[in-house]
Design a protein around this ligand. Structure first.
Ligand code: ATP
Ligand code: MG
Length: 433
């Protein structure tokens, strides 16, 4: 007999408890327990089956290519049949656009379902028309927002891809709780997982991100799906990065680069066109750095401006790197290079709106600042990477060869730091003072 039970589920780790706690006894998260109704199946006699490995059949995985190289790369080569993919990102970043473009590409050859709880059918069609000049015949929009009804359609049409936009706005059709609630999201994810695995259809679920940058809904959602990809970027800038944070069918080191344009997302082959001012003349205060996004080296331009301060405490304003890093690098330059920045405001910006945490950017930032102080441009076609320490030393960083190769590919002639050296020495050779 099925009996309804109340349980408390931690949204962080998914542990369940029979009573409420202010702090999850399992993972220690505060205020993360939410009451849910569950069905107890105690008393049901189910039997399991054991199989020797030799009897387990493994079919060769035939990945479905999305027609977008950058997406295939992040997915590990394409969509795996029967996989559940969570595509997450901030509002307006382009999640629906990306999923639509994948669907449009595939729908020339096979059936694609698009179920949206966010927009009505004409709205979706308008977007699709903006993204393509010829609407493929096999792209189907699903009317209604109940996941429970999807199974019959899947059996009938056997689609090659199902897109659910978004998990927070569709209904399970089984539970009565509010749309977007934790229990609905868990239920929907479970239903979609069953559907994907049973009929071997890949399903892309779009998910929103909270203010803290986390996927809205239970943490459990990320555990349940096969692949979690984040679509990131700055809504004030054109570029977008697609990044896998979990992938049961590939590495999580690959990233895809796009720009958002009127006709949709466009793949980026040369990031330097995006992340540099592309000035033809050498200007003091600019340095090119080579950073890694996952396994991919990206060339970026660091810009620095140094100006006499009118304040008692000089300002350190950083965009694209942390202010703390700028404060530390300014102190190192003051002390170790004998260029006192105490009476100067220092502003640093990474062109194109990229946010960088990697220490490899230290050297380019430092040289950009020194170049700005000295009012002397760095030599053209130079790119730098290296971590700057408090002693004023520059240390090599990982993936030297990949960085060198990409820098050379994009026309850089003088590159990197491959051996430990001193920032003072390097600034002297590069800026000749
Ligand atoms: N006509 C247009 N020309 C250029 N860019 C556009 C146009 N229409 C929309 N965009 C871009 O597409 C973005 C919205 O894309 P999309 O709807 O795919 O985002 P989303 O992540 O699905 O948003 P939401 O969270 O609201 O569902 C806009 O922020 C804008 O940058
Ligand atoms: Mg959307």
């Amino acid at each position: 007999m099925v009996k309804k039970q109340k349980k408390f589920v931690c949204q962080e780790c998914g542990a369940t408890f029979s009573k409420w706690y202010g702090r999850c006894p399992n993972c220690g998260a505060w205020n993360s327990l939410v009451e849910v109704e569950t069905e107890s199946t105690k008393g049901n006699k189910t039997s399991l089956r054991s199989l020797p490995l030799s009897k387990v059949e493994v079919n060769n995985v035939h990945r479905l290519t999305t027609g977008i190289k950058e997406v295939n790369r992040v997915l590990g080569g394409g969509l795996v049949p029967g996989s559940l993919i969570l595509l997450a990102g901030e509002p307006g970043i382009g999640k629906s656009t990306l999923a639509s473009q994948i669907g449009l590409n595939l729908a020339h050859k096979c059936t694609v379902y698009y179920l949206s709880g966010e927009e009505n059918l004409p709205q979706i069609k308008l977007r699709l028309q903006r993204l393509t000049s010829s609407l493929p015949a096999k792209f189907y929009l699903i009317e209604g927002r109940e996941i429970a009804g999807l199974e019959n359609l899947v059996i009938k049409e056997k689609p090659s891809l199902v897109i659910v936009d978004s998990i927070q706005t569709v209904e399970s059709g089984v539970l009565e709780s509010q749309i977007g609630s934790i229990s609905q999201i868990r239920q929907i994810a479970q239903q979609l997982m069953d559907l994907a695995k049973r009929y071997l259809v890949p399903i892309i679920i779009i998910g929103h991100i909270t203010k803290e940058g986390r996927i809205a809904g239970p943490k459990l959602l990320e555990h349940m799906v096969d692949t979690v990809i984040y679509f990131e970027g700055d809504s004030n800038h054109q570029f977008r990065i697609l990044r896998a944070v979990k992938n049961r069918f590939g590495t999580t080191n690959e990233v895809g680069l796009f720009t958002m344009e009127g006709s949709g997302l466009r793949e980026v082959a040369n990031p330097l066109t995006l992340f540099s001012s592309q000035l033809k003349v050498a200007v003091p205060g600019a340095a090119t750095g080579v950073i890694m996004e996952g396994d991919r080296p990206i060339l970026v331009e660091v810009q620095a401006l140094v100006n006499p301060t009118v304040l008692n405490i000089p300002r350190r304003v950083a965009q694209g790197i942390s202010t703390n890093k700028l404060i530390i690098l300014s102190a190192i330059i003051s002390r170790r290079l004998g260029l006192p920045l105490g009476n100067y405001d220092v502003f640093v910006n990474i062109t194109g709106g990229l946010r960088i945490q990697e220490p490899a950017i230290d050297l380019a930032v430092s040289l950009a600042i020194v170049s700005a102080v000295k009012q002397k441009p760095l030599k053209p076609k130079s790119a730098f990477f290296g971590e700057v320490g408090l002693l004023g030393e520059v240390r090599p960083v990982p993936f030297i060869n990949r960085r060198l190769k990409e820098a050379k590919r994009l026309g850089m002639e003088r590159v990197g730091v491959t051996r430990p050296t001193l920032l003072r020495k390097l600034a002297k050779t590069e800026l000749g003072y």
